[in-house]
Design a protein around this ligand. Structure first.
Ligand code: DGI
Ligand code: FE
Ligand code: FE
Length: 403
């Protein structure tokens, strides 16, 4: 029996890891392959944004799921103090006494193995399999392999294959910039985004694909329009354009659910609808949407709150909340309503005046329809009316032709 062991931080596990393991499996045909996330690697400092061990273990399991015959072991995670490969191999040897253990590593590790804790134990208990981390060092690798065979009686397999150059460090640096998805299995990427590990922000192409799946097909055009308008407003008013896009992409993510669906989501997230929301379930999707976006897509507080307040608004809105509120109301595919053109123009001249006008228009509309008015809608309009007065500005009137 042959057991292939691949230890590492897996912080996060990426396609490079998966390719290395596949290469090793193809060459060595082990009966079992184990990915072993390290607790505290003695040879390198853990990165500042390192997630909890449970998260790394879970991600490693997701990565292992991509490889037939591959499992994850948590033997290093429960360990107190530094986690040494030699201890792991001793434990593995006890567990599989008849097996040939093969320890998989990158060429960079092979070159430093003599400085590890108990190198002779490592090489006595297991064979070494090495995959290339870069090209052009084949001579050096062969020389080191020969030296280890000579000095320690080591068995060293130098694997053929394209070098695996991507590193977890690089990926961690890319994730907050909405990049790096192409280096990760989709399941791992989805988990990272959902938990916002490493300060990750979602790749917006990925987010659109995932978020649109929750929309009625007829609503996609509106959400696309809201994103475009939110981006334009963010540029105009100096907000983070990609955050505005993210919030707009997610803003109606629970809109398709009917009353029962809304109430189910409320129950799941501990949302207690007020009496206006119970009377008019169209108001609830803003609250359920914020909770769902946070849970399903890891939306951080400032983005969730832009979703939360996109229907009624609230006094003292953040810039992002104003942008999403207005983008929703004035995006290009909105069916024309009175004052729409005036609100569109005003949104690029004075945000507060645009908000006041938009809310005033909604209040008139709701009154005409005999719909109950949510106190937040009324209060928000009053707040921005007062704000305009304090600025010495007058509320914007809309032209007769803007009907
Ligand atoms: O989800 P969307 O259709 O894209 O837009 P939205 O989230 O702004 O929802 C708009 C609906 O919300 C619209 O039909 C008016 C309604 N609405 C906004 N404020 C109030 C309100 N409905 C009631 N009953 N009371 C309000 O105060
Ligand atoms: Fe909405
Ligand atoms: Fe909307």
């Amino acid at each position: 029996m042959r057991v292939l062991i691949y230890g590492g931080s897996f912080n996060p596990p990426h396609l490079g890891h998966i390719r290395s393991v596949r290469t090793a499996i193809a060459a060595l045909e082990p009966d079992l392959t184990l990915l072993i996330p390290a607790a505290i690697p003695p040879h390198k400092q853990l990165a500042a944004e390192t997630p909890a061990q449970d998260d790394r273990f879970h991600m490693t399991g997701l990565a292992a799921g991509q490889i037939p015959g591959c499992e994850t072991s948590d033997i290093e995670l429960g360990r107190q103090g530094p986690s040494y490969t030699s201890d792991t191999l001793r434990q593995m040897h006890e567990r599989y006494p008849a097996a040939e253990l093969v320890f998989l590593m990158g060429t960079d590790m092979l070159l430093t193995i003599e400085s590890w804790h108990e190198p002779q134990t490592i090489m006595a208990l297991s064979s070494l399999a090495v995959f290339a981390r870069e090209t052009g060092r084949e001579g050096e690798i062969e020389a080191q392999a020969a030296h280890l065979r000579e000095a320690y009686g080591a068995t060293v397999f130098v694997l053929e294959g394209e070098p695996v150059t991507v590193s977890s460090t690089q990926i961690r640096a890319l994730l907050p910039k909405r990049q790096g998805r192409e280096y990760l299995p989709d399941s791992v990427y989805g988990y990272i985004i959902r938990r916002r590990l490493y300060g990750a922000r979602p790749d917006l192409d990925w987010l659109r694909e995932r978020a649109y799946a929750y929309l009625k097909p007829t609503r996609v055009e509106h959400v696309r329009g809201a994103e475009a308008m939110a981006r334009a407003l963010a540029r105009r008013w100096g907000a983070d354009e990609s955050d505005a896009a993210e919030a707009a992409i997610l803003h109606d993510c629970t809109k398709k659910y009917d009353r029962d669906g809304q109430l189910r989501i409320c129950e799941k997230y501990g949302i207690i609808p007020d009496k206006w929301e119970l009377e008019n379930d169209r108001l609830l999707h803003a609250r359920t949407g914020a909770a769902f976006a946070a849970d399903e897509f890891g939306a951080p507080e400032h983005i969730a709150s832009a979703i939360r307040w996109h229907t009624t608004g609230r006094p003292g809105m953040t810039l992002l909340e104003k942008i999403v509120f207005l983008a929703d109301a004035i995006e290009e595919s909105r069916r024309p309503y009175p004052a729409l053109e005036t609100i569109r123009r005003t949104a690029f001249e004075d945000l507060d005046a645009a908000l006041e006008l938009c809310l005033r228009r909604t209040l008139v509309f709701l009154q005409e329809q005999g719909e109950p008015i949510h106190p937040n809608t009324a209060r928000t309009r009053e707040y921005y009316l007062k704000k305009l007065e304090e600025k010495g500005a007058s509320p914007v009137e809309w032209a007769a032709q803007d009907q």
